[in-house]
Design a binder for this molecule. Structure first.
Ligand code: BES
Ligand code: MG
Ligand code: ZN
Length: 487
């Protein structure tokens, strides 16, 4: 999709306006002929500005504008960035359904220019469809013109919003891949592709992982013929003395549970157990394309968790990268093992300013918060505060859970430094985070459990820009956090 900006409308197959509830006119300085004015009035009357309602009026074929679309955005006092994103997504879906080649959206002249970015995000992200494995593809080449002041600032805004949206789409696209088509090696290839000419990319294979002491990644990965990888991407565009932000993402390309095998129901969804890692790849892609003047490291431990003669077992005691030992009591609690290795590696080699990790870590997170809110657990108040601020900007909802010593004690083991499960099912999301906290020595660290939000599940609130499948949750959130750092 090509997006351009124009001061005034030109020939277009569909001209779209936003309308507030109870408002009798659209916000536009454009002058229209009688035919178009009438069409606008008719659509306004039909629409009434009801949130999410779309009204379409056709105009004669000779006209420069072939259709008028009015999209309701609800009451003025309830307006938000998210409404622009969501409603713009609906407009784009309508344009696609009508098989248009181009359409135009009037940016309301009385709204802050910031909403231009949200229009771009909504339109772009909603236009993505995972059809790689469909024989018949819906190829649509559609162009959008945004009607707004054509100044440098707005042009730059659109450009940035396009890069961010492409980061989200990339994360969704690789997250959606089936487990037979995406194994750890595949993710490593994606990482080196997006790094080309932009970032340094290191990949550790099985033998190196073993030799360097990545006991968690090695143990979880040993049951599959699809061998593990550790992916490390470096974006170093800040000053040399500026410590980096380390991003870590769980990428289990398929989680069967291993010897502690999961029940069959919905096991297919465990192809999404790589979403945390895919989020990190999406963020790194955008960070490098935005050329953010900061230092960011992306680390993605990737394995396939399979049962077999070579698999690790309940009862095993393994040694993690930081030298601590872990008693395995459930091979399905594998995410924390590979993350602990990656987090400890990130802290040791980069002495970062902060570590942020993303993981579809616990089913308990869905029980606690459902499928529209991710859990946050951190050892640092300031970092948490900043992330909550960004979450308000991007409308990717997060909620903090506590982690005090009582929870840390719940993973004490009789025979090793810790065990990889808590006590029964109590506080499952927190005891998983407690395990990760043991991998951090002194760095501000923030963990996002995205088990509920990484893909659409039955209780997921429908959004125009999140059709069935992976959501790319966290990409916009952490890009917002990183963009605010440079100021
Ligand atoms: N990948 C799963 C968590 C998960 C389950 C995410 C369902 C989304 C939907 C993780 O590896 C896992 O299996 N966790 C176990 C931990 C338990 C054995 C302590 C869980 O949540 O049941
Ligand atoms: Mg598991
Ligand atoms: Zn898992």
């Amino acid at each position: 999709m090509n997006i351009t900006i124009e001061e005034s409308y030109k020939k277009t197959e569909m001209l779209c306006f936003f309308l507030e509830e109870n408002s009798i006119k659209i916000n536009s300085n454009q002058k229209f002929n009688l035919e178009i004015s009438n069409a606008v009035s008719q659509a306004v009357k039909d629409n009434g500005g009801k949130l999410g309602k779309i009204s379409l009026v056709n105009i004669s074929e000779k006209s420069l504008i072939q259709r008028i679309l009015i999209a309701g955005i609800g009451k003025k006092e309830n307006l938000s960035d998210e409404i622009f994103r969501e409603v713009s997504g609906r407009i784009a879906i309508k344009a696609k359904d009508l098989k248009l080649e181009n359409f135009s959206i009037q940016h309301p002249s009385n709204y802050p220019n910031e909403s231009i970015s949200k229009i771009v995000e909504g339109v772009k992200i909603s236009s993505y469809k995972f059809d790689k494995f469909k024989s018949k593809k819906e190829t649509s080449r559609i162009n959008l013109t945004i009607i707004a002041p054509k100044n440098k600032k707005n042009i730059e805004k659109i450009h940035q919003a396009e890069i961010i949206s492409e980061g989200v789409i990339f994360a969704k696209d690789i997250s959606n891949l089936p487990p037979n088509e995406c194994v750890p090696e595949t993710l490593a290839k994606f990482a080196s592709n997006i790094s080309k000419n932009k970032m340094k990319c290191k990949i550790f294979k099985k033998s190196e992982l073993k030799q360097k002491g990545f006991g968690g990644i090695t143990a979880v990965g040993q049951g599959s013929k699809n061998e593990p990888r550790l992916i490390i991407m470096e974006h170093l565009k800040g000053s040399k003395k500026d410590k980096p932000i380390v991003l870590v993402g769980k990428a289990v390309t398929f989680d069967t549970g291993g010897i502690s095998l999961k029940p069959g129901d919905k096991m297919d969804e465990m192809k999404f157990d790589k979403c945390g890692g895919c989020t990190v790849l999406g963020i790194m892609k955008a960070v490098s394309e935005l050329k953010l003047p900061i230092n960011v490291i992306g680390i993605v431990p990737s394995v396939e968790n399979m049962p077999g003669g070579e698999s690790y077992r309940p009862g095993d005691i393994i040694k993690l990268y930081n030298g601590k030992t872990a008693e395995i009591l459930n091979t399905d609690a594998e995410g924390r093992l590979i993350l602990a290795d990656a987090i400890a590696y990130g802290e040791k080699h980069y002495s970062p300013k902060a570590i942020i990790d993303f993981a579809t870590l616990t089913g308990a997170c869905i029980i606690a918060l459902g499928t529209n809110v991710a859990a946050v657990i951190s050892n640092n108040e300031d970092l948490t505060k900043k992330m909550i601020e960004s979450s308000k900007t991007t409308s990717e909802q997060i909620w903090e859970l506590p982690l005090n010593q009582d929870y840390m004690d719940m993973i004490n083991s009789d025979v090793a430094d810790m065990k990889n499960v808590g006590i029964g099912r109590a506080a499952g999301t927190i005891t998983a985070a407690a395990f990760l906290k043991n991998a951090v020595e002194k760095t501000p660290w923030l963990h996002l459990d995205i088990a509920g939000v990484a893909w659409t599940q039955i209780a997921t609130k429908e959004k125009s820009y999140n059709p069935k499948g992976a959501t790319g949750f966290g990409v916009r959130l952490v890009l917002d956090y990183l963009q605010k750092l440079k100021n």
